[in-house]
Design a protein around this ligand. Structure first.
Ligand code: NCD
Length: 498
């Protein structure tokens, strides 16, 4: 099973399976002994970004399991420096027999991309390696760090004896901190977990990581953390925002207010536990390095049993598979033809269109977003003469609506279905030019690919020419959905942007 993102774990039962397995590895990790239960598969540890803990614990975990290891540290000794692509590099490594790929890389979405590339190579083209194989995300840019989350959960479970019913504060760089993102998604699956978010202005947690989380307060003061059971501190990820000078200056000015030292800790809940994925800089004071309330170093030690459990998953021949990506077949659910002969005339705002489409019941003020989306989808839709009618009176849509008229055009189903996902009340009318109107109803597509690029400049799809962008729709049925990049998980379109 690939371990790429916490968002792949739809159920907490899957998470608990990994945790049970991690707990069972603790005796093996403490004895630092090999187990003979596993095949001696080859694991590539490819760390293109700096790492001490994650790399070291994967290495130790792999040794404890008796795996063979190939190390790639940095890009300096690889053909990436000769502009080789990640895709070719990992095809090569697979062809040399690796079955497990632990990857840390700056471009967001790299592990998912590699998993996809390998799925077409191993088994189909490789002579030596028929798989199965496993990709483990050891941190992709600002996006995710799921293996850290599993060890964070193991720490919480071992420290408190439970994973539900507590208040946790997550603090500091919540915008760029991938450990905070993955943890937030895992906590959203638990029950009775209240979350306090604290960060300087400009470093708040992006909305997609707060989905489903019971956030009871959000502020820019550490004082909000005083009653928490756990405070999860993160490092200011200055390497990810130092080029943004105004942000860097404003954060640097307040960093002294974000230090947890003995004086501050003594004013908080006496039973509090301070966690930190490490490395720390100054956010946890040196005067509490060995304070029993700070469990950051024990937390790091849980990295070994956790990563043993995750690697062991990859050594089993039967893998957990995530549900296959759906298809875009049958997007058109229903067509209702209406004849407009005799007394019946089309509604007034339809009348400028002789032949083409009327996109109706668009939320007021959103017509230009619809046009923007159609422009972004132009490789699917082509460009066409269009006209925007704003603020039409409507009994639906709270009294007013926008309308877009498309002359001499019939949009493909995938474009209509995409608009339907983002604006569920929107209606689609096709006028073939023979005194009839066809009302068309669509379902939300499973995936949107071809012709769209992710807007995140650090997304792997912006970096690798072979990468085919792909978007999924997330959100509840009947509500506006959001289109999310399948690789870097950035939200391309979301109702909150409209
Ligand atoms: C973190 C990381 O690399 O994301 N460290 C870790 O893996 N334990 C946190 C950080 O770099 O601040």
């Amino acid at each position: 099973m690939h371990i790429i993102s916490m968002s792949d774990f739809a159920s907490s039962e899957r998470v608990m399976e990994v945790l049970r397995s991690s707990t069972s590895m603790i005796p093996w990790a403490t004895q630092n002994t090999y187990t003979s239960q596993f095949p001696r598969h080859k694991a590539v540890l490819a760390f293109f970004e700096p790492s001490t803990r994650t790399h070291g614990s994967f290495e130790q975990a792999a040794l404890n399991l008796g795996l063979r290891i190939q190390q790639i540290i940095g890009t300096d000794h690889t053909s990436l420096l000769k502009n080789e692509s990640f895709a070719d590099m990992f095809r090569m490594l697979a062809g040399q027999g690796a079955r497990i790929f632990v990857i840390r890389a700056k471009p967001e979405g790299t592990p998912r991309y590699v998993a996809k590339i390998l799925s077409h190579y191993i088994g189909e083209m490789s002579i030596i390696n028929k798989g199965p194989f496993q990709v483990i995300n050891a941190g992709d840019g600002r996006n995710q760090h799921p293996t850290q989350t599993f060890l964070d959960l193991l720490t919480i479970q071992e420290t408190f004896g439970r994973l539900d019913d507590f208040t946790i504060g997550i603090t500091n760089d919540l915008r760029h901190g991938r450990t905070a993102h993955s943890l937030a998604q895992a906590l959203a699956m638990r029950s009775g977990v209240k979350v306090v978010l604290v960060s300087p202005k400009g470093l708040e947690m992006p909305p997609q990581f707060k989905r489903g989380l019971n956030v009871i307060s959000e502020s820019d003061s550490l004082d909000a953390l005083s009653d928490c059971d756990i405070v999860y501190v993160t490092r200011f990820q200055d390497e990810r925002y130092r080029d943004n000078l105004p942000l860097k200056q404003s954060v640097d000015a307040v960093i002294p207010e974000f230090v947890i030292d003995l004086a501050r800790l003594n004013t908080w809940n006496p039973k509090i536990r301070i966690m930190h994925p490490l490395p720390r800089v100054k956010e946890i004071g040196a005067d509490i390095s060995t304070d029993p309330r700070v469990v950051a170093f024990q937390q790091a030690e849980y990295g070994i049993p956790t990563r043993m459990a995750l690697l062991a998953l990859g050594c089993r021949d039967t893998q957990w598979e995530f549900p296959p990506t759906g298809t875009n077949a049958d997007l058109l659910v229903e067509t209702i033809p209406t004849s407009l002969t005799g007394e019946r005339k089309p509604p007034k705002h339809f009348q400028p269109v002789q032949r083409g489409m009327v996109l109706d019941h668009i939320p007021p003020g959103c017509a230009h977003h619809v046009l923007q989306i159609l422009t972004q989808l132009s490789s699917l839709t082509g460009s066409h003469p269009r006209q925007l009618v704003q603020h039409v009176k409507s009994r639906k849509c709270g009294g007013s609506k926008d309308v877009v008229l498309l002359h001499d055009t019939e949009l493909p189903n995938v474009a209509c279905a995409t608009l339907h996902a983002l604006f569920p009340d929107m209606t689609f009318n096709y006028l073939p030019g023979n005194e009839t109107i066809e009302k068309r109803r669509f379902r939300v597509p499973d995936v949107l690919s071809h012709g769209l690029r992710c807007s995140n400049p650090s997304c792997i799809t912006q970096i690798e020419h072979e990468a085919d962008p792909e978007f999924h729709f997330v959100g509840s049925d009947g509500c506006p959905k959001e289109a999310v990049c399948a690789y870097c998980e950035e939200h391309l379109w979301s109702a909150s942007n409209f």
